[in-house]
Each structure stands twice: as structure tokens, then as C-alpha cells.
Design a protein around this ligand. Structure first.
Ligand SMILES: N[C@@H](CCC(=O)N[C@@H](CS)C(=O)NCC(=O)O)C(=O)O
Length: 329
């Protein structure tokens, strides 16, 4: 029995290598993205259908780009293409051939990605130059926020730039990557430090949001009175919390209903125009539980919870809190 356990543990470690690299202490280290450079706004940014935003439904990094695309109404100039996961092969494929490619890896190769680099979503692609414009979501959402938009909405509002930048940096490590650092940890100590960091940051976000709604004023957003890229970064992680990250990555110490201000914030953000359409809980569950074999070898997809139960009123909130959604712009 003991040798079977050791063998299985050893095999698990080999399989985890396929999910992502770790350091000697078992801390997950996210590999760098190809096409990661920040870029200037292309000169044909306002041309109809000249650019394509490639996303996958389950990917939280793609979700943030999808959100900026939806909130700023970029549909006229950027076409959204949703790729599907291929769990057997561990790659993204196009539903129908895109620029002659059937997989995202083919497109990356054709655009000159270094051999061996991961073909990740999100990607912004230019049809005219047949090139990837940018493949790193943090830079991509900044670019999309400067893109000529159907809706006059600045997600980096001047009055709260410093707070937005500080929150974005903290969230990226402690929350967005933080849930992966918990789920992909290969030692108890690596998990413990990632988990503590995650909940400390959620606590800080809870306090910031709770403070913004005091003295009778309407509750604000993470970095100030207007929604920003900080909110855009936080939402994809928090909307997946009870559905996948809690059960699969072991981040269930405090469920979100124990953070009433964050819960209300999540419900308000979900009500912003275009946000609900970017949420596919069935696809999230199917992709995470079905594809992350080393974490969930049975592949059995859990039944719930329903998204509708996560974006209503918080069980801990006062009766009138959060009843009025506030839309940006
Ligand atoms: N640094 C990238 C990470 C994106 C990323 O890891 N995307 C995952 C899906 S959640 C992916 O496409 N993985 C495919 C692979 O690793 O082959 C970004 O933020 O844009």
C-alpha cells in the first residue's frame, strides 16, 4: 500500500510538471507569456473588423479582456472569437478554421512564437499584418482601454490612477495568480503561504469596499468611485470562487458570503452591461474539473452551485444594501 502511494505521488508530481513549473519548495511559478510586450495603439484600431480578440470561456485571464471589450463596446472594431478546449491534447482549438489554423498553437507558430512557448488565451490578432498584437492579458486590457470605443468609458479614471495601479499589482500576484498558486502548490508550505496571501488581500479589498459605502453614500468600486481595471481584474477570479477555485484549488477557508461588501460588489459588477454574457458557469466547471487531470483524475464535473445564487443579495448584508446597481459612464 505504501509503495502504491509513493508511486502515485511520484506520478502526480510528473503530471504537475505538465500543468506548470514550480520552484524547489513547491511554489507554482507561472511561465512567461509569448507576445508579452506592451504595444502602441495600432494605426488601424478604428477600422471595422480589423482585429480579433481570441478568448476561451473558462480562462480568467481571457475573461478580463472580454470584460473590457464588452464594457467599452468594442464590437465594431474587434471581433470576438471563442476557442474551445481540447482536454485530451491540452490545447485550444478553433471551432472553425481561423486564418487557415485549426489550433491556437498553429496560429502562434505562424506568428513567430518561440518554439516551445505556450499558446495561451487571450490574444489580440491583427488581420492586416497577420500578427499577434499582444498575448499578455495585463497589457492587453490596458491597450483595450485606450482603443477607440463605442462607449465613452475610461477604466483607468484619472482621479484614482494610483489606487488602480496599486490594486492591480497586488491582485495579479495574490488573487489572480494566487488561486493558481494555491491549486498548483506541490507542498503544504507553498499552499499555506499562497492561501494566507490570498485571504489577506481579499480582507483588504473587503475593507476598502466597505469603507466606500459608509456615510450614506453609494458603495463605490475597488479603487474609487468609478469602476476601473482593478475591478476588471478582480471579477474573473471572484466569480469562479465557489464554482471552481473553492472546491478544486482548496481556497474555501472563508466563502465569499462572509465578505458582505465583496459579495455586493460582485453582484453589482455582474449587472454591468455585457458582463453576464461573458459568464459561462457550465463551461467553467466542465473545463476546470474535466481538464485539470492531475488535480481531479476522475474528471467528474460537480453539479453546482448555480451562478444566480451567487450574484443576488448577500445573506449577511443589511436589507437595503446593494439593491441599486450602479452603471459606469
Ligand atoms: N500570462 C498570460 C496567461 C494566460 C493563460 O495562462 N491562459 C491559459 C488559460 S487560463 C492558457 O491559455 N493556457 C494554455 C496553455 O498553457 O497551453 C496572460 O495573462 O495573458
Amino acid at each position: 500500500m505504501r509503495s502504491a502511494r509513493h508511486l502515485w505521488h511520484w506520478q502526480w508530481l510528473q503530471l504537475m510538471n505538465g500543468l506548470g513549473p514550480a520552484d524547489a519548495q513547491g511554489h507554482y511559478r507561472r511561465p512567461p507569456a509569448a507576445f508579452a510586450e506592451a504595444l502602441a495603439l495600432p494605426d488601424d484600431a478604428d477600422a471595422a473588423d480589423a482585429h480579433v480578440l481570441i478568448v476561451g470561456r473558462s480562462c480568467p485571464w481571457a475573461h478580463r479582456a472580454w470584460l473590457v471589450w464588452a464594457l467599452r463596446q468594442l464590437q465594431a472594431t474587434i471581433t470576438l472569437v471563442v476557442v474551445e478546449p481540447d482536454p485530451e491534447e491540452g490545447r485550444w482549438r478553433f471551432s472553425e478554421p481561423f486564418e487557415g489554423c485549426s489550433t491556437l498553437a498553429e496560429l502562434y507558430g505562424r506568428c513567430g512564437a518561440p518554439p516551445g512557448s505556450r499558446a495561451t488565451v487571450p490574444v489580440l490578432y491583427t488581420r492586416r499584418r497577420q500578427q499577434v498584437v499582444v498575448g499578455e492579458s495585463a497589457r492587453l486590457i490596458e491597450l483595450l482601454n485606450r482603443w477607440p470605443a463605442g462607449r465613452d468609458l475610461d477604466l483607468d479614471p484619472p482621479g484614482q490612477r494610483a489606487a488602480t495601479a496599486a490594486w492591480r499589482e497586488r491582485l495579479q500576484t495574490s488573487v489572480n495568480d494566487g488561486v493558481y498558486r494555491c491549486g498548483f502548490a506541490r507542498s503544504q508550505a507553498a499552499y499555506d503561504s499562497a492561501e494566507a496571501d490570498l485571504f489577506e488581500t481579499l480582507d483588504a479589498a473587503e475593507q476598502a469596499l466597505a469603507a466606500s459605502g459608509t456615510s450614506g453614500s453609494e458603495p463605490g468600486w475597488l479603487s474609487g468611485p468609478c469602476p476601473s481595471l482593478a475591478d476588471v481584474q478582480l471579477f474573473p477570479t471572484l466569480i469562479r470562487l465557489e464554482l471552481v477555485y473553492g472546491p478544486l484549488f482548496g481556497v474555501s477557508r472563508r466563502p465569499l458570503w462572509q465578505f458582505p461588501a465583496l459579495w455586493q460588489w460582485r453582484s453589482r459588477f455582474h449587472q454591468l452591461p455585457g458582463v453576464a454574457d461573458s459568464c459561462s458557469p457550465e463551461a467553467w466547471r466542465r473545463d476546470y474539473f474535466g481538464a485539470l487531470f492531475p488535480l481531479h483524475p476522475s474528471g467528474i464535473v460537480p453539479a453546482g452551485p448555480a451562478l444566480a445564487t451567487l450574484v443576488g443579495r448577500c445573506p449577511l448584508a443589511p436589507a437595503d444594501a446593494g439593491s441599486t446597481p450602479r452603471t459606469p459612464g
